[in-house]
Design a protein around this ligand. Structure first.
Ligand SMILES: [Zn+2]
Length: 325
């Protein structure tokens, strides 16, 4: 596997650069940071019967597990799916929703021997667009219940400890009219504040959400609009980026052990540092919904290395999928 210059640069942890250049690491001269956890972040899989998507997802899972033979890299300790596991059930009827979840369950059972944890994405929420899905809202699997059942969880969010890190999986998707908005509700804010307060100061934290907490994407692809002599203005839709990002920044300021936020949803690769926080976005297994690259982003996944000094290294790994008719 060939990594581009940018990917190689992104892959080098900041503290590693300091050591490699002969500069002392922050504080005192210490040993190079030790990688304690490697996770593969497979987001926006959008599995569906069309365009050989199930075979593409299988190829991606196999690629992750063949990294030792393929690229001389150690296999990850776990896979985190970042949401939008299936093409869509927000506005899809029961039969096709079941068909898509069946494809995911089979791909996982047949092609994955690693631990998998899953984040819920907007397209994994069943039936909120009732006029198209034909739902009433009283179905036992309505909303997030279906995805929770598929992921074997009681709640749409969770946190766990692994490799000396605390990993938080958020639920970014809440109803807005017949669709969704990117935010946490009061119950999840309450849970998150308590969860982070209980993390020891020396334990680094990675926060994973489907919708990015912060992103440059709406500006990068947007066009400023203006009427008459008015100042041209960019618009950021509240279903692209978390509308409550300011509250996150306040919370993270209270908990400096939170080192990075990882997301999907946008199908592009981003690495932003803002206010002392890394905001990473991991492209998409499905690239442009199985129809080709999306804004230059190939079919791929992120390999995320977490180090004992709280640094994070992330590289985007295309898995070689070619668009099928
Ligand atoms: Zn999404």
């Amino acid at each position: 596997m060939a990594l581009s210059r940018r990917e190689l640069l992104v892959a080098v942890p900041v503290a590693g650069l300091a050591v490699a250049s002969g500069l002392p690491a922050r504080g005192e001269a210490s040993a190079a940071p030790r990688r304690v956890l490697r996770l593969a972040h497979l987001t926006d899989l959008h599995i569906q019967p069309e365009r050989e998507a199930a075979r593409g997802v299988a190829a991606c899972l196999e690629h992750v597990q063949s990294l030792p033979e393929r690229a001389g890299l150690e296999a990850p300790d776990l896979i985190v799916t970042g949401g939008d596991t299936i093409m869509d059930c927000l506005e899809t009827g029961r039969d096709r929703t079941k068909l898509q979840w069946d494809l995911w369950r089979k791909a996982k059972a047949d092609h994955c021997g690693l631990e998998v944890r899953s984040v819920i994405g907007n397209h994994d929420v069943w039936g909120w667009t009732k006029s198209k899905a034909g739902t009433k809202g009283d179905e036992p699997l309505y909303g997030k219940a279906w995805a929770c059942e598929e992921f074997g969880r009681a709640t749409p969010w969770e946190s766990f400890d692994k490799g000396g890190w605390h990993i938080v999986l958020l639920d970014s998707t809440f109803p807005h009219q017949e669709s969704y908005i990117g935010k946490l509700d009061d119950a999840q804010w309450d849970w998150l504040e308590k969860d982070l307060a209980a993390v020891p100061a020396a334990t680094p934290v990675l926060v994973i959400s489907h919708i990015p907490i912060l992103s440059i994407y709406p500006l990068a692809v947007g066009r400023p609009e203006s009427e008459g002599d008015a100042l041209p203005t960019f618009t950021v839709n509240g279903n692209l980026v978390h509308v409550d990002h300011a509250r996150f920044q306040k919370l993270f300021a209270k908990h400096p052990q939170v080192k990075a936020c990882l997301s999907g949803h946008l199908h592009i690769v981003e690495d932003i540092e803002y206010g002392g926080m890394r905001y990473l976005c991991s492209g998409a297994v499905a690239a442009g919904w199985w129809r080709g690259f999306h804004h230059g982003t190939d079919y791929g996944y992120s390999l995320v290395d977490l180090f004992d000094d709280g640094t994070v290294a992330c590289r985007y790994v295309p898995y070689g999928w070619k668009t099928q008719a």
